[in-house]
Design a protein around this ligand. Structure first.
Ligand code: MN
Length: 237
């Protein structure tokens, strides 16, 4: 299946799994031009079709948008691809269980189960006030903010954006989708564990080992989620 069709599927899966709603987006680095990435035009992810995919330069300039509107926060994607040659796909979302961890002064997102070993090195925290002062709309609307976000991500797999959402990265599109879904699940479980009191988190070593075991099986959830999203959209599974 072409990368473009996979990106369309990723949009539908992330909506159906409750990671994206009308907002948020998923991108993939171009296979032929590593200095470019693919991202939908400005629209709800569940409605994306192949004709809606646009190619972008890493500074956020569209290559072939024509008269199609582009996402305000496209700079998130290009800035991370520029800073992280290992990253092949990026998901930016406002997935609801993760947002509280972006504003909590006491608790940071950490892996509570083996399915979220990719959080073993923790999540970065991006505080937009440090870069652009106390009166922004919290969005990443230019390359300067994108670079600052990429700095906060560092070498980790996720970065929380205070009062806004989160961004998850991976070495493939399927893994980025997997990690975005499980970042949301982990946040829900971690909130429950904190309510019960004093959770035990995975060690970095456990997280790394679990990540290697589970992520080798990414085709299984991808096939399930793709089929479920296509059925929900009235398409042939
Ligand atoms: Mn956003």
């Amino acid at each position: 299946m072409s990368l473009l069709q996979q990106l369309v599927d990723a949009n539908h899966i992330l909506f159906h799994q409750g990671v994206l709603d009308a907002f948020g987006h998923v991108s993939v680095r171009s296979e032929t031009r590593p200095d470019r990435f693919l991202l939908a035009r400005n629209m709800a992810p569940a409605l994306v079709a192949p004709d809606d995919i646009i190619e972008f330069e890493l500074d956020g300039a569209p290559v072939d948008a024509g008269d199609r509107r582009v996402y305000l926060e496209r700079f998130i994607h290009g800035s991370i691809y520029r800073a992280r040659p290992d990253v092949m796909a990026v998901v930016h979302s406002h997935s609801p269980s993760v947002v509280p961890f972006s504003v909590s002064r006491r608790n940071t997102l950490r892996p509570v189960c083996h399915m979220s070993g990719f959080l073993g090195s923790g999540a970065g925290l991006f505080e937009i006030r440090d870069v652009a002062g106390p009166a922004t709309d919290l969005l990443i609307t230019d390359d300067r903010l994108g670079r600052a976000l990429a700095d906060s991500l560092g070498e980790r797999n996720a970065v929380l954006m205070r009062g806004h959402g989160s961004t998850v990265v991976a070495p493939s599109l399927k893994l980025a989708v997997y990690r975005a879904v499980y970042a949301e699940i982990n946040a829900k479980l971690q909130t429950q564990a904190i309510a019960l009191g004093d959770p035990v988190y995975l060690t970095e070593e456990e997280a790394g080992a679990a990540e290697r075991s589970v992520e080798g099986q990414v085709e299984r959830p991808w096939a399930l989620w793709r089929s479920a999203a296509r059925r929900a959209a009235g398409l042939a599974p």
